[in-house]
Design a protein around this ligand. Sequence first.
Ligand code: ATP
Ligand code: MG
Length: 568
Amino acid sequence: MKFSRMFIPTTKETPKDASLPSHQYLVRGGFVNQVGAGIYNFMPLGKIVLEKIRNLVKSELDHAGCNEVQLGFVTPIELWEQSGRASKMGLEMLRIKDRKGGNFVLSPTNEEAMVELVKNRVTSYKDLPLNLYQINTKFRDEGRPRFGLLRGREFLMKDGYSFHESEEDMIREFHLMEETYKKIFTRLGLDFRVVEADSGAIGGSGSKEFHVLANSGEDTLVVCKNCDYAANIEAAKRKPKEIKGKSEKVKEKVLTPNVTSIEDVSKFLDVEPSQTIKAVIKKAIYEDTQKVAVFFVRGDDELEETKASNSVDALELIDASEEDIKNAGLVAGYVGLFDLPKDVVFVIDNELKDEDNLICGANEENYHLTGISLKDLVDGKYDDLVVVQEGDKCVCCGGELTHTKGIEVGHIFQLGTKYSASMNANFLDRNGKARPFVMGTYGIGVSRLISAVIEQHHDDKGMIWTKETAPFTVDIIVSNAKNEDEMSFANHLYDALHKFKIETILDDRIDARYGFKMGDFELIGFPYGVIVGKKLADGIVEIVDRKTLQKIEVQKHEVVSKLMELIG
Ligand code: ATP
Ligand code: MG
């Protein structure tokens, strides 16, 4: 490709809302442009990278036995009603009406449509297993679309769905997909971790996420320093904390005027915060109702909201207002485990089970209870509610846990029969009995990956593409395109590299100076540049490595072999 023939509108302007390098460089490098909040056009360079990632994903999936299909982007709402998700999807699912008043959605994911596709077409265990996927546009009306392609509203996702006769076979496929995803992300040149994850609104049991490690990542990961354990903080576990040095307190109600925070309570009663119980009051949102819910955790722990939301089966949790708290009959700052108003939903963290000699609110203004024992609580629901902190101990090996940031680029689920059962999608098993398919589901954020690659591979000058993602591997930079010798050698080199299937762009722009061309090379981030300049008269050109920006001089007849050696 000749630079002069290509539409690459690079610019020095950084978009005002672009805080991350990937967002800034993709716009400045002329890869994408924003059409509306979270909606992007892909310009030629962006489209090349998108297709490269798409093809790489496809080649590995096809190799693993998956079949590519393409579903309609617009899905009838009926399918979502059949599965029961129409009311659960919330505002992220954009609903539209056609001219006849029919209700449709812009697909945010496609479990229902894929189940509908195989229903009555796959009828026997003999047709199983089957893994179908598509690489297709998705729309989610995200509350805060941001960071360029990292959190768009319209984006490209690979979504795959597998169908099995048994749980066991689905788990086999789940492992195969895990291995296949690892191959994909490794080939893309990414440093990533596979982590235990929360299953979210999709439902189902076991799930794992694939995270590209980057400080800009929106997800916090808990990682063991000693073993392979890694989990999204939303699903992370730890070894129960050991509490030492408790000061003995008698069981009584004590006056604690204006002592409402954990810090104040522990100071006032001279105990460690770990000896107190923190009550976090939230409002749980359901399909058709809202309830005030109280979550009890140890005083020195924090509430993990996804865990908390799952524990009460809510769609989401929001902060409870002062009025909500009052109306529920609760006294802010003095909420405790005993004598709670009857209709208040509450959950207690697992690590408090059977613990004693603790302090909590008395559910009465200005009073706390000391010396309480959880054994005295008649009925309480327990669940894992706490944020796993840095320094906590690994549940697998006891090693030290740390936090790191990740960008979620893939998510695989063991789904089970949730959708096949609700949508009546059955097959005849080996005994001739009709049973719902056992399913798995597997996603990859294809367009998000473009940004993830850059978040991990850039410097202060621009992007640095990895081998498999670079829009072109080599940029031949002609220092002075008016010089016939330079142009003639550059063209010759361009043809030679083409013959060896090295993807090359030739910067033949007549009116761009050398410095400007180098600036574009650095910003766009082609892995190698070949500078054809004054030294050509002595038979020498320079190869620049974009990663190190180091230049090496090469005899002009050796440049092809040197590049082949570098590219590998
Ligand atoms: P997130 O937690 O980032 O919102 P999710 O859990 O909603 O992601 P999934 O429903 O598992 O995502 O979708 C599969 C994949 O699609 C994700 O792993 C992610 O890579 C990608 N993805 C999800 N939402 C977006 C988005 N708004 N923009 C770009 N890619 C996205
Ligand atoms: Mg999401």
